[in-house]
Design a protein around this ligand. Structure first.
Ligand code: FES
Ligand SMILES: [Fe+2]
Length: 357
């Protein structure tokens, strides 16, 4: 992919897994890589590069019979989880089937209603089915009880993944972009001090009482227990927010996934047991969640207009320090990949940041 470097060798959400049903194939784009996905008769889902290794026509133009993907052009037949070519119809008697023909196939698992695909670094060789055991776990929002509800939403952002991610972690835009009576108003802006600490591949805004100027948090006050919230950022693209109030909890995993060089997608997946018994709680959460994400999306569409002309930009302290950490973490990971040495964490220890929002 051209443009800003992307982080390979990790899991990315390709699409909602309920789209993979009834022998239909679906396409998705991840890190500039076109994919074709489907669900086999046995329920397992798969993701292959959407290009036939013979002459390159998208495999999604062909057919899927529930077990095999059959190319439209010359009928080559692929087992979609391993990518192995099982049949070449044009072979005449006495012509042996070459054993080692594969279409690129990627590890693909279902989690929280998404098809997650592990995208290895291009040119790092074929991912064998047996080799998939050693991969990092598929990310998910943490869950703290057996019963919980979930909701999700997505929005396309017309900018590169870096702008999407720093937008995700930007603490100063709240009172301006998310101004609303039910969230917070511009007048409620006040000085904040938060402790940040390094964690593996990222940083954590340590457990704290949530911002007193936001209505949903005030609402949780009905439980009469102290509310603690933690926000983590973890490479390549994940923001985890966890809110706990006694045995009540709410958690979310937000990812910003590079689609192409100038396009990314934000996916929010939330789980909670707060207000579990409240009718319509899910519908209400989705309604407000959508408005919230839409506000970010509209802002980023406008920002993309400005970015088209490559203006010089600046990041300031302390409000943009998380963005600076993101860039430093990303550089450190790319460097570790290049040199094979362990990744050096750019933060030396806990840091307190203050800003007004
Ligand atoms: S291009 Fe797919 S079988 Fe020939
Ligand atoms: Fe936002």
């Amino acid at each position: 992919m051209t443009g800003t470097p992307v982080l390979y060798n990790d899991w990315y959400p390709a699409l909602r897994s309920d789209r993979l049903q009834g022998g239909r194939m679906a396409t998705a784009m991840l890190l500039g890589l076109p994919l074709v996905l489907g669900r086999k008769r046995n329920g397992r889902i798969f993701a292959m590069r959407d290009a036939c290794p013979h002459r390159g026509i998208p495999l999604s133009c062909g057919r899927f019979d529930g077990d095999a993907v059959i190319c439209k052009y010359h009928g080559w037949c692929f087992e979609p989880e391993s990518g192995q070519c099982m049949e070449i119809p044009s072979l005449a008697s006495g012509q042996d089937h070459p054993r080692k023909i594969y279409s690129a196939a990627f590890p693909c698992v279902e989690g929280d209603g998404y098809a997650w695909v592990y995208v290895p670094k291009p040119g790092s060789g074929r991912m064998r089915l047996e080799g998939r055991e050693g991969l990092p776990p598929v990310p998910e929002p943490p869950k703290f009880s057996a019963r919980f509800r979930t909701a999700h939403l997505s929005a396309d952002l017309p900018c590169d993944v870096d702008h999407g991610i720093i937008g995700l972690m930007d603490p100063a835009h709240g009172p301006f972009v998310h101004q609303a009576w039910w969230w917070r108003t511009r007048r409620s802006i006040h000085e904040k001090k938060k402790l940040f600490e390094p964690i593996a591949q990222g940083f954590r805004m340590s457990a704290h009482a949530p911002s007193a100027n936001s209505a949903p948090y005030r609402l949780l006050g009905v439980y009469g227990e102290p509310i603690r919230t933690t926000i983590d950022f973890v490479l390549p693209n994940r923001r985890y927010e966890t809110l706990r109030c006694g045995d009540r909890w709410f958690s979310s995993l937000t990812t910003v996934t590079p689609v192409t060089a100038g396009q990314c997608r934000i996916d929010v997946c939330a789980a909670w047991n707060v207000f579990y018994a409240l009718p319509f709680a899910t519908a209400i959460a989705r309604f407000f969640g959508k408005r919230f994400v839409r506000q970010d999306q509209v802002t980023m569409i406008q920002q993309a207009e400005g970015l088209k002309f490559n203006p010089p930009l600046m990041l300031i302290d302390d409000a943009d320090r998380p963005a600076k950490w993101y860039f430093a973490l990303k550089r450190a990971r790319l460097e570790a990949e290049e040199t094979g040495r362990p990744m050096a964490h750019p933060m030396e220890g806990p840091v307190t940041l203050s800003w007004r929002s």
